[in-house]
Design a binder for this molecule. Structure first.
Ligand code: MSP
Length: 488
């Protein structure tokens, strides 16, 4: 059995989630569900990054203890799971003991590459990272949040990243760590070629307000939140105790896939593999960097204050419609702008008029024809051919995260089915059943079954309902009515 370890980023819990966070989890969920449907083994992981400085600052501002503050927000991130039907196998919080022990174990395993030095630099709390002057944009602000970094000077621990420059270059160039898309791979290679500097991997406990994971044997320092957070991928699998799951899903698995936003690719493609190389642990196999959901062209972010609430959206339109929109509207590698108008228009065009209408149309005819007389083995070869061409393309595209292209294929298939019905005019066939009508109706039902199979990872709840409806067809008087039109 093929095994896949699939992870999302673990979110900062300095505020409730916005739909940008939901988008990433939905991408990953489609990928995980698709693998499971194909019969692969899957371990799908998500979680909450609770130890960051920005969480501390947000809690201070809210006048609540950090522990109370982060656990309330983590619950909201976890709620995305049930609302959007995310099929995580595990959800790790970085304050859990299994994580703390695992991070400290990893630190010790990297100790030969860790040293102390006094350092000063510009730190962006929103990104939780240092910036060099030439990395800042106009007026000296951070390129991601347009926030002014703070000047810091401290004695901290450093990790010898520079030592891994050649090895990382080789791994990435040869796709041993395969970065999608190619343009991001090139960006990472040019970052590495520009020369890797050693990185600061701790901060004083005082600056961290006492929050975070202690450096082993030096409680005056807390482990830098990225060293801490990246470790979640193995601490969740039981790295601390070298457990069975860690061995099976990490060390002895060549399909370890991280799905992250383009803003944090560098941490996953450079820092994280270097830490693992240093510790003698296997490196990830694939990293997929997705684009941002934007509002008027700007990244949606808590820091910028332009967020759309995922819960309100799901409550109003249903989770599957939201899932569908994110996956169909724009390529996963690009940024996509969200507006309610675009959402409603696409819903009506693709789902109500497209897929939903096709289901109603075929089911009405099949019921009249007599469900019991349908044998899928009789399906029209023309439909079978259409199915196999669509399936081949769909499989290739979903494997490469081209979800919107895969959905285009599925929609084109639905359009072809519609055309087929118009051409064959099943309603005008002679009343007596014969080979020709068997072929047509079997083909149409087979086509619907395939539509359900292809769309299941994208809209699991709706497709489960459609599947049950198809199974009980004939004994169920109710209309399916999958996607009622939205009145705009
Ligand atoms: N805590 C770190 C990740 C640590 S992973 C070891 C972090 N957290 S975050 O909350 O800022 O972002 C979490 C994920 O959500 C990232 O992959 C980020 O790119 C993604 N997104 C945040 N805003 C987004 C959009 N507006 N659109 C799409 N994804 C976005 O970074």
């Amino acid at each position: 059995m093929n095994k896949n370890f699939i992870s999302t980023a673990i979110d900062y819990v300095n505020a409730p989630p916005h739909i940008g966070h939901a988008l990433e989890k939905i991408f990953a969920d489609v990928f995980a569900r698709r693998k499971r449907l194909l019969g692969d083994g899957v371990f799908f992981l998500s979680g909450a990054d609770e130890n960051s400085l920005k969480n501390v600052r947000a809690a201070e501002k809210a006048g609540v203890s950090v522990a109370e503050f982060v656990s309330a927000n983590t619950e909201k991130f976890l709620a995305l799971k049930s609302v959007f039907n995310l099929s995580y196998d595990d959800f790790i919080k970085t304050t859990e003991e299994r994580h703390v022990l695992g991070v400290q174990k990893l630190w010790r395993a990297c100790e030969k590459d860790i040293f102390k030095k006094t350092y000063s630099g510009l730190y962006c709390v929103a990104c939780e990272t240092f910036y060099k002057e030439d990395e800042l944009v106009e007026n000296g602000v951070c390129p991601v949040h347009s926030a002014k970094p703070e000047f810091m000077e401290e004695e901290n621990y450093f990790f010898r990243l520079s030592k891994y420059q050649d090895k990382l270059k080789e791994l990435i160039e040869n796709d041993k760590i395969k970065i999608f898309p190619q343009s991001r791979k090139n960006e990472i290679l040019s970052f590495i070629n520009g020369g890797l500097e050693d990185i600061c991997v701790s901060r004083s406990s005082e600056r961290a307000s006492g929050w975070g994971i202690d450096v082993p044997d030096d409680p005056s320092q807390k482990i830098w939140v990225w060293f801490d957070a990246l470790s979640n991928y193995i601490t969740a699998l039981g790295f601390a105790g070298n457990g069975k799951e860690f061995q099976a899903w990490w060390e002895k698995n060549n399909n370890k896939i991280h799905i992250v936003g383009k803003d944090i690719l560098k941490f996953h493609a450079v820092y994280w593999p270097a830490m693992l190389l240093s510790a003698g642990v296997a490196v990830p196999d694939k990293i997929f960097a997705h684009g941002f959901l934007t509002v008027n062209g700007q990244k949606m972010s808590k820091t910028l204050g332009n967020v759309v609430d995922p819960f309100e959206l799901a409550e109003k339109y249903g989770a599957d419609a939201v899932r569908y929109f994110f996956l169909a509207e724009f390529p996963a590698i690009d940024d996509g702008d969200f507006t309610i108008e675009k959402f409603e228009n696409r819903y009506n065009a693709d789902l109500a008029n497209g897929i939903g209408n096709l289901f109603e149309r075929i089911l009405a005819m099949v019921l009249k024809y007599g469900v019991k007389d349908i044998d899928l083995d009789d399906a029209d070869p023309a439909i079978l051919d259409l199915i196999s061409r669509t399936e081949e393309s769909y499989l290739g595209k979903t494997e490469n995260f081209q979800f919107h292209e895969a959905l285009k294929d599925v929609l084109a298939f639905a359009g072809e089915m519609d055309k087929y019905i118009n051409d064959k005019k099943p309603w005008a066939l002679p009343k007596e059943k014969n080979k020709e009508s068997d072929k047509i109706f079997s083909g149409l039902m087979f086509g619907l079954e395939k539509l359900v199979f292809w769309l299941k990872p994208f809209m699991p709840a709706k497709m489960e309902r459609a599947e049950n409806h198809l199974k009980n067809l004939g004994s169920n008087e109710e209309k399916l009515n999958l996607f009622p039109r939205i009145n705009i």
